[in-house]
Ligand binder design. Structure first.
Ligand SMILES: *Cc1c(COP(=O)(O)O)cnc(C)c1O
Length: 857
């Protein structure tokens, strides 16, 4: 019989074990190994079976066991000491507290998904895991972040595989009472709610769950409450579930509801509202509109409010893949905002923010990424290469500028080392190097021998192989209820064979099946008599992506071959729990996306932190960090004739690399059975990549490059009742209306010999038509560099020209203003220059910011 209602009854712990409740309530247990060991000790088998989740463990364990631990003085003291350590972690000043100078007192971090622990499945893939790692590192560094997201009743989905290899989705409902969450309440105990006005006089209500992630609070909005109609209760049913209107409702709730929730949370905590808002991908972009609406409520105009909201907003773009960007029907967006949803904001002003008003743009859509860029003065991509790709991709918003001038910076992603480093490697760092910080440990030190490293790698491979067998056996039993698990499953994977991992979501560009390009070649590599390999594969396809499901099916069918099934396997239901064993257990992490569509990719980083070597296309983070010793680069056939040709060339390169460069050194052992060359690559990877790939590096960069400047910019604009915001809005209005008449009238040069030589000084005189603007409203600059055949300049340098004082201020408003300057010709070869005019205001972050430029010629 099926239950009609389910709820979780919390265990009442014996008084002497109260520390366990406090420890279970803070998700810091998900990355703090000593806390995990404390819980594991209660019931080690059960701990593993329920997916290493303290709340579930305390609910499931025998009361008798708890009673006996409550009498055990040693255990009670251990629990209390662990709790005291947590309290100290939560209170002691950390990196951020030691920073000198201005810094935001509160930063709100918005994301549609957060992957923090297997026990809280509110993520689909990389974006969510990254958001979880960002919160955890912010906690470790003491950065005053507050996370904002949604609580999805069914998370993403659970994946099973049918006997013929087809992905099956199920949506088990989560019970928030059984999770480490609490409802946000006022002092009188009543729950806090936010509400949004909808068309047809409907209202969407949400309650707010809060999770504690170390020092960081994560707020999650949930519409499954009786105040909503049945239909609206389903708004937060699933992550990335519906399309169109359902998705729009989720994003309105995340952005607008989230901004309202964080305000309520701040005031309940006696804190200032966040000064900086960080929105991840376009999904949360409506938060900027909510801020504009409340500033309009304080008496600002839309244009003035926009300056303030922009100044304090950081927008991170996470993908160059068009399908990853939300675009809504403009008419749908109009319908939702022609309501009381955002008091004071005119719908046309709002629609302009998401307009694709450039060549190739679609006039009927509202583009969330474009709104993100228009509402965020500070923007970045997630690797150096992705920064470059994004500057080209979004160039249309800054017409007239070269891609290099587009104001989108980059900060390369990182991963949270304590979450993703295997306890066995941590123990090695503690025992041999005397540190619990694996990302800063001196892995080059002889205190860790080659044998030590190799043994730990072997231990991690073995524990992964055991986990894989358990999972495959469980999946077989699901498919064959009541049957006896066949014996071959006990031989899936060999703990001594070179293990290659490939796990990630399954969008087409990641090319799950590239390895199957030549099935016979792959078979030969798997069954090689001296240098065999084995491959573990996992990943979910979006439920609506039939193509992705077909890719999974091809892998599953290939792996069903009785000769191969112990060497290659697809593990269903990829998630954090599986990943935490898989990255450490693989020797080589494979990544073969279609370059440059992988914005960063983080699974290879997690593998590297455990001493796995990367075998990857030079995409995402890899071109920045590949150094010839930490893995292998699969060449990209960018100039291949078509996609099929490209796949063939890249797959061939992959097989060649595995056969001749990857497998042989793995099996090249010394007298002690240690592959010295391989181990030296492991050591090199750990020593050089761990500090770089750790999310601590990433979060520090966000603080320094984006959060602090954003906080400062917003504070400047807000001072004296928003004086600078009003001035800036007025100034921009003037610039925009005068700009069509601004021009480089003509440029004279002199000072060089007929045959110019190195050392000559080139004097420039540029006559600029300012159309009523003052010389200090603009920067006039000469842009010079190497001139190639097609007149394009490379290696360009920009140097400002100075307005000539005796010409400025002349009454004849129509006359051009003279700007002059001198360039020293300091290198030989083809030289070229041009002159350009851009708006100048110290409150702009980049000369390109307004997308206005006038150039000579
Ligand atoms: C790290 C991780 C991802 C993201 O991997 P990419 O290489 O960035 O695609 C997805 N899912 C899980 C469970 C992960 O741990």
């Amino acid at each position: 019989m099926k239950a009609i209602r389910k709820f979780t009854v919390r265990t009442v712990l014996p008084a002497s074990l109260a520390a366990l409740d406090e420890l279970a309530a803070n998700l810091r247990w998900s990355w703090h190994e000593p806390t995990r060991q404390l819980f594991e000790h209660i019931a080690p088998e059960l701990w593993r079976e329920i997916g290493t989740d303290p709340v579930a463990l305390l609910g499931a364990v025998d009361t008798a066991r708890l009673e006996s631990l409550a009498q055990d003085d040693g255990y009670v003291a251990w629990a209390n000491a662990t709790r005291d350590e947590l309290r100290e972690y939560l209170e002691k000043p950390r990196w951020y507290q030691g920073l000198e100078g201005d810094k935001p007192a509160s930063i709100a971090y918005f994301s549609p998904e957060f992957g923090i622990a297997a026990a809280l499945p509110q993520y689909s893939g990389g974006l969510g895991i990254l958001a979880g790692d960002h919160l955890k590192s912010a906690s470790d560094l003491g950065v005053p972040l507050v996370g904002v997201g949604l609580f999805y009743r069914a998370g993403y989905f659970s994946q099973a595989i049918s006997p013929d290899g087809w992905q099956l989705e199920s949506y088990p409902l989560l019970d928030p009472d059984g999770l480490p969450l609490s409802v946000l309440r006022r002092a009188d105990g009543s729950p806090v709610q936010v509400s949004l006005a909808l068309p047809d006089d409907r209202t969407l209500h949400a309650r707010v769950w809060q999770a504690m992630v170390g020092r960081i609070r994560l707020l999650m909005l949930d519409t499954d409450i009786p105040e909503n109609t049945d239909e609206l209760r389903l708004v937060t049913d699933r992550l990335y579930g519906g399309g169109g209107e359902h998705r729009l409702l989720q994003e309105l709730l995340l952005g607008i509801g989230g901004a309202r929730a964080v305000k309520k949370w701040s005031s309940l905590n006696g804190q200032a509202d966040p000064e900086v808002f960080h929105t991840n991908e376009g999904h949360a972009g409506f938060l900027g509109l909510e801020r504009i609406s409340s500033l309009i409520g304080e008496g600002l105009s839309f244009a003035e409010a926009l300056q303030v909201a922009r100044a304090g907003t950081v927008f991170t773009t996470h993908t160059p893949v068009a399908a990853g960007i939300d675009r809504f029907d403009r008419s749908l967006v109009r319908r939702y905002f022609e309501t009381d949803l955002l008091p004071g904001v005119a719908v046309d002003d709002l629609l302009a923010l998401g307009a694709e008003n450039f060549a190739d743009g679609n006039p009927d859509v509202f583009n969330m990424a474009l709104m993100g860029l228009r509402l965020g003065q500070h923007a970045n991509g997630v690797s150096k290469l992705h920064g470059e790709v994004s500057r080209v991709m979004f160039k249309g918003l800054w017409p007239g500028f070269d891609a290099a001038d587009v104001p989108i910076d980059s900060i390369t992603n990182g991963v949270h080392a304590p979450t993703w480093t295997d306890p066995a490697l941590l123990a090695l760092a503690q025992n041999r190097l005397g540190t619990s910080d694996t990302s800063e440990a001196d892995w080059a030190s002889p205190a860790v021998s080659d044998t030590d490293l190799w043994q730990v790698r072997g231990q991690m491979r073995r524990q992964f192989v055991e986990d894989a067998r358990r999972r495959i056996a469980a999946a077989w039993q699901d498919q064959n209820p009541g049957g006896i698990v066949p014996s071959w499953i006990g031989n899936v994977f060999d703990p001594d064979v070179l293990t290659i991992g490939f796990a990630r979501r399954v969008p087409t560009y990641k090319r799950l099946t590239l390895m199957l390009h030549d099935p016979e070649r792959l078979r030969a590599l798997l069954l090689h008599p001296e240098h065999p390999i084995q491959i573990v594969i996992a990943g979910k396809s979006h439920p609506a992506d039939e193509e992705g499901k077909r890719l999974i099916q091809r892998i599953v069918q290939f792996a069903a071959d009785p000769e191969l099934r112990t060497r290659i396997a697809f593990l269903p239901d990829y998630n954090i729990g599986m990943a935490q064993l898989m990255y450490p257990g693989t020797d080589v992490w494979l990544n073969n996306p279609l370059r440059p569509l992988e914005a960063c990719g983080t699974s290879g980083m997690k593998a590297a932190l455990n001493g796995a070597l990367n075998l990857s296309i030079l995409d995402g983070w890899w071109p920045e960090y590949y150094d010839g010793k930490n893995g292998w680069a699969i060449p990209s056939a960018d100039s291949a004739g078509d996609a099929a040709e490209r796949d063939r060339i890249e797959a061939d390169a992959l097989y060649e690399l595995i056969e001749h460069q990857v497998a042989p050194p793995f099996y090249d052992r010394n007298a002690d059975g240690v592959p010295e060359r391989w181990v030296s690559s492991i050591r090199h990877t750990l020593a050089t990549l761990s500090p770089e790939l750790n999310a601590g590096r990433m979060v520090r960069q966000y603080v320094q490059k984006l959060y602090r400047p954003a906080g400062k910019a917003e504070a400047r604009l807000a001072e004296n009742n928003y004086r600078a915001a009003r001035e800036l809005a007025g100034w921009k209005g003037r610039i925009v209306s005068s700009w069509p008449g601004v021009a480089v009238a003509h440029v004279e040069s002199g000072g060089v010999a007929t045959v110019p030589q190195v050392g000559d000084a080139l004097h420039l005189r540029a006559h600029i038509q300012l159309n009523g603007l003052a010389p200090e409203d603009v920067t006039v600059e000469v842009v010079y560099g190497k001139s190639l055949g097609n007149d394009d300049l490379t290696d360009v340098i920009a140097m400002p020209l100075a307005a000539e004082p005796f010409v400025t201020g002349v009454t004849d408003a129509g006359a051009p203003t003279l700007f002059t300057g001198t360039i020293e010709l300091d290198r030989g070869g083809a030289f070229g220059y041009s002159v350009r005019v851009v708006p100048r205001n110290e409150l702009l972050v980049s000369p390109a910011e307004m997308g206005l430029i006038a150039v000579a010629g």
